[in-house]
Design a protein around this ligand. Sequence first.
Ligand SMILES: C[S@@+](CC[C@H](N)C(=O)[O-])C[C@H]1O[C@@H](n2cnc3c(N)ncnc32)[C@H](O)[C@@H]1O
Length: 255
Amino acid sequence: MTHPVFIRIGVLLFATAFIVSCMHTTHIDQPFMTVPHPGKYQLVYHAPSKEFPLHTMATVDGREFLAVDDVVLPSVQSLYLLTHWKIFDGETVLDIGTGSGVQAVFAADKASLVVATDINPAAVKIARLNAQRNGADNIIDVRQGDLFSPITKDEKFDVILFNIDYPYNEATQGLWKLHERFFAEVNNYLKRGGRIYYQSGLIDNAARINSMANKNSMSILSMRMDVVLEADREPIVYLIKRNLDVEVKAGVWGR
Ligand SMILES: C[S@@+](CC[C@H](N)C(=O)[O-])C[C@H]1O[C@@H](n2cnc3c(N)ncnc32)[C@H](O)[C@@H]1O
């Protein structure tokens, strides 16, 4: 007959092994795809976690971002924008089309306030959750609505971040209207000297972006671009300012 002490030890060992195995089945220990890209942050897509089995998940330099079906996880383009903006201590930031909230969460490291907007109510919910899980919900104010509609006329920002879907083939040409509206309105929400970091991959789009900026009294001051091998759309980040503010502060690029 087995001695009761051995039974207790067996139960204890089994319980310990069970707890350890549960800890090891969390998402963080199971990366299934590290995404190569030319930005400076590491992007990893993970299997759904036990805590959030219905969410997709990515980590960006170890910070977790959850998403659901109609909300996008951080992408190569997101990471390229993230790599190239620079936010100084205490600046105020507007992140239009925040999606998972990845730009907003990283911006909150330096900014005194980040207002993040998205037209998709599901993205607003997710961005709030990601802001809270990354300890940035005291800085990030997530609002739902089309482009600048959730912003009041007297709110102005040092930095505006814009990484929204852009035209890349015949079927997506309709997206130009959205970008035209962005350029027509963005002027009203910049503080004196404010700057825009605008991500829109595809070098063929550059001339049209330049003309939209010029039409609204703004200029592209600089571009950051890398060719991504085997990708159909190279990411491009534009630094744009109002003509009346053109005076480039040193060190405004993140890399
Ligand atoms: C490609 S995702 C990019 C998300 C995020 N900016 C990033 O860098 O990962 C574009 C986001 O813009 C949002 N969006 C599309 N049209 C919009 C509009 N008219 N106003 C506000 N957000 C919009 C979408 O719902 C989506 O979450």
